[in-house]
Ligand binder design. Structure first.
Ligand code: PBG
Length: 322
């Protein structure tokens, strides 16, 4: 048998050679840590389905952010755990509601941290849907008006960027128009542009105490649709989004790669609660090496085309390095 002329193994022999030719490189600046913030509680609440993640009491948020920033995390997404739910999620529209208070607290505690308030209604409605119901359905246009008001409330509180996640048609355009009209033309929009109706959000709903009645199939996307995924992202770009996002991440690397090829905008991907839980529980059971699994999955999401990665492992990665 002739000897091979081309031997890719030549460049794999030592750590120095391997890192020399590594293609996807990573740094903490490209990570965003999601944080759950609960009002009216005194103690951090563990989340059983997300071992190692806690709901932070609202009054501890400043201290928590200072400590996260010391570990090297530069950006956070804030999710409120509300004790003031109603049919329409009206708490989100108040200048002293939880969304606005979280943003103000974060800006005061660590002025240079990038704060992304999640703009949605599911954590603030009694029925758990991402919008306002009419005849048992989420009313798109009424919800879009509400999302636009919520975004302005968040921007008034000091958010440099807002992250609408409700998957309503026209939400980015409506938010852009409302922000501009309120003098917030410099506030950016990171759109959850391609968000699938995924089983992997299961732990998140427990984490936020979201009592969803029914499902989100009438507004989030069918996981089998890649062309439509592209279309959703391209539409959000045309509506004025500054950053696009694919969510969840790992089951949708093909979608990420295709969107990357279609847009010049920064592209984010969200390694969601169920992706986190899979790795944690498998590692706890001794089935895989957690440190390696974290780096392999987050690295693969980056390699597939994500410039920015939202992950519950952001703090671990920032602190311990890649
Ligand atoms: C909606 C929202 C959800 C997540 C982020 N924003 C839940 C949903 O759509 O049901 C899920 C994030 C995760 O699972 O980590 N506000």
């Amino acid at each position: 048998m002739p000897l091979p002329i081309t031997r890719p193994r030549r460049l794999r022999r030592t750590a120095a050679l391997r890192t020399l030719v590594r293609e996807a490189r990573h740094e903490s600046a490209q990570l965003i840590l999601p944080i759950f913030v609960e009002e009216d509680v005194d103690e951090a609440q563990p989340i059983a389905s997300m071992p190692g993640v806690f709901r932070v009491p609202e009054r501890d948020l400043p201290r928590e952010l200072e400590s996260i920033a010391r570990d090297g995390v530069r950006s956070v997404v804030l999710f409120g755990v509300s004790h003031n739910k109603d049919e329409t999620g009206s708490d989100t529209l108040r200048a002293d509601g939880l969304v606005a208070r979280m943003v103000r607290a974060a800006r005061d505690a660590v002025p240079d941290i990038v704060v992304f308030p999640d703009i949605c209604f599911d954590e603030y409605t009694t029925h758990g849907h991402c919008g306002i119901l009419r005849n048992g359905e989420v009313d798109n246009d009424a919800t879009v008006q509400g999302l636009a008001r919520q975004a302005v409330v968040a921007a008034d509180a000091g958010a440099p960027i807002v992250a609408p996640s409700a998957m309503m048609d026209g939400q980015v355009a409506a938010i852009r128009t409302a922000l501009d009209a309120a003098g917030h033309e410099s506030v950016a929009i990171m759109s959850y542009s391609t968000k699938f109706a995924s089983a992997f959000y299961g732990p998140f709903r427990a984490a936020t105490g979201c009592d969803l009645q029914g499902d989100r199939l009438a507004y989030q996307m069918d996981p089998m649709n890649a062309r439509e995924a592209l279309r959703e992202s391209v539409m959000d770009e045309a509506e004025g989004a500054d950053i696009l996002m694919v969510k969840p991440a790992l089951p949708y690397l093909d979608v990420l790669a295709r969107i990357r090829a279609e847009t010049l905008l920064p592209l984010a991907a969200y390694q969601v609660s169920g992706e986190y839980a899979m790795i944690r529980f498998a590692a706890q059971a001794g089935a895989l090496d957690e440190d390696r699994a974290i780096r392999e999955t987050v690295g693969a999401i980056h390699r597939a085309g994500a410039d920015i990665i939202l992950t519950y492992f952001a703090r671990t990665l920032a602190r311990d390095g890649w």
